[in-house]
Design a protein around this ligand. Sequence first.
Ligand code: GLY
Ligand code: MN
Ligand code: MN
Length: 435
Amino acid sequence: MNLTEFRRRRRQLMGMMGPGSVAILPTGRETIRNRDVHYPFRPDSDFYYLTGFSEPEAVMVLVPGRAHGEYILFCREKDPTKELWDGYRAGLEGAVAAFGADDAFPIADLDDILPGLLEERERVFFAMGSDPELDKRVSDWVSQVRARARAGVHGPIEFLALDHFLHDMRLYKSRAEVTVMRHAARLSAQAHCELMRRCEPGMHEYQLASLFSHHCQMNGTAHLAYPSIVGGGNNACVLHYVENSAPLMDGDLVLVDAGCEFGCYASDITRTFPVNGRFSDAQRALYELVLDAQLAAIDKVRAGNHWNDPHQAAVRVLTKGLLKLGLLRGTLAKALKAEAYKRFYMHRTGHWLGMDVHDVGDYKVDGHWRELEPGMVLTVEPGLYIPRGAKGVAKKWQGIGIRIEDDVLVTRADPDVLSRDVPKGVEQIEAMMAR
Ligand code: GLY
Ligand code: MN
Ligand code: MN
């Protein structure tokens, strides 16, 4: 992503904010894992979306119309000793030269400088209520400005939720974003193919997880978008199973939900395949039902349809199929009305996808499901989960968990499946595994 893209986003946001306003946006914090060890740092998505700046301890301030520069970055100063221990810092000069800030100040001076930037600004945009420390600091800065009222200084009179504006922007992916997301999905798809080729009975779930990260890392990205879920047999029925500790058994299916992050953009793909390379009859019957549901749902990812259309399509196909297989009883109309499928399919069919795996953006507008529009990216991920011991369910269906998940871009024409490079048909999977 080049500087122009970040500048375009800041311009767009400042256009919405209008004159007489200011936006304040800190990045994420470093989190301690245990004594002297931190979790790997990942910048806050909103912050990175506007700055492309990935160091911790930074705050972006936008001041539309400010003569001395509209884009101010507070960040760490260069410090040879600290850099020797903890790594490179862009410093104030780098913030301007490499990241396009109009002005940069030391993060340590934030409390001294910020009140001055709020003078004569009526509206403050920041993510109220998301970080108590930020709430307190903003309120302190505002009181300092108000305290100067008798000197004729005017302070802000209105606070607006910055995230509300930003998240709507982030929902519509630009051409540059689609390129990056397509690349992330491709890397993940190739890694899923590699898992299909390498899987065999006796391997452990964590070994498939390790192969997935290895393949992504050997092909161009250091990070995953979320911890991989690798569940063999009955473990696939635990929706967010991340222990990944069990051996993979001959005759079981394995569910792999894994996606890399590339340039701070997520991919999110699930495939379910037989550990030994061949689907049993029962596995195939359930698998093909989930696949039919997924294809029906993907077909609804079209501009003008609403958010819930893919889910409804999936639920209808699943319910029909469960009735046919004898896993549900009664008529289609009654089963749909009673939401009987929820016993075996308890989550929704997808979510927005972008910089965050469960990306930002409202699903309803004015109480109605949102209309799909070109540039939106979502996952389509129906499943069926029939745990061991499920009451009143024939043995042959038990211990099977299946989910099939793809990343889909809404276009003016047909749905664009970004993760299409990994097979999902029964024959295609068996062929890939036979290699
Ligand atoms: N990987 C998490 C999800 O599919 O939503
Ligand atoms: Mn997902
Ligand atoms: Mn997933």
